[in-house]
Design a protein around this ligand. Sequence first.
Ligand code: ZN
Length: 83
Amino acid sequence: MMDCERALRELEAYLDGELGAPAQVEIERHLLGCTSCFDRGEFRLRVREIVRRKCGFEAALPDQVAVRIRRIISIEAEGRPGG
Ligand SMILES: [Zn+2]
């Protein structure tokens, strides 16, 4: 079972695409159910995108990870009560 402490500890590896498939799914499930970890994940993602845009080097996310995270963000945005 993924708790916040573990989710945050593995967030960097997740964003780097270094987690295996089961851990990836676990952390995504946690992010969808946990606003505070989700916000942190989204924050990190945005920081990386800004760094990538400014520096253009390997702070870049692996493409498949970026796609997964964007999908989670859009699911979260649609699911948020009261807009
Ligand atoms: Zn959490």
